[in-house]
Design a protein around this ligand. Structure first.
Ligand SMILES: [Zn+2]
Ligand SMILES: [Zn+2]
Length: 103
């Protein structure tokens, strides 16, 4: 299974193309920009409570057969928040105090 490479930040709707260096994902591939992860989200995924890692870029060019952005396109389905920003602020405030490996 390849990553979907979702097209936008779920929090602020910033475009995050397949070569974006500021895309962050949780283990379920909830996708946010670095500014939102470091800012309002406090490195807590508002959907699953996990943490984030940088999303690797998907090369546009086919360096090997079958693997390129053209052959394995990024998702075009934009994703939005499932919870209100006020609810998320409370959620991450509490969870951010729990070490990432103890959640
Ligand atoms: Zn964002
Ligand atoms: Zn998540």
């Amino acid at each position: 299974m390849a990553l979907e490479i979702r097209p936008n930040c779920e929090y602020c709707d910033k475009d995050l193309p397949a070569n974006a260096l500021d895309a962050r994902i949780c283990s379920y591939e909830c996708t946010f920009c670095a500014d939102c992860v470091d800012g309002p989200l406090r490195n807590v995924c508002p959907n699953c409570r996990g943490g984030f890692a940088p999303r690797p870029i998907r090369p546009a060019r086919g360096w090997r057969p079958g693997v390129s952005l053209a052959r394995r396109p990024a998702s075009t389905k934009r994703v939005g928040l499932s919870y209100s920003r006020d609810e998320i602020a409370l959620f991450v405030r509490d969870v951010a105090l729990i070490a990432a490996d103890k959640r």
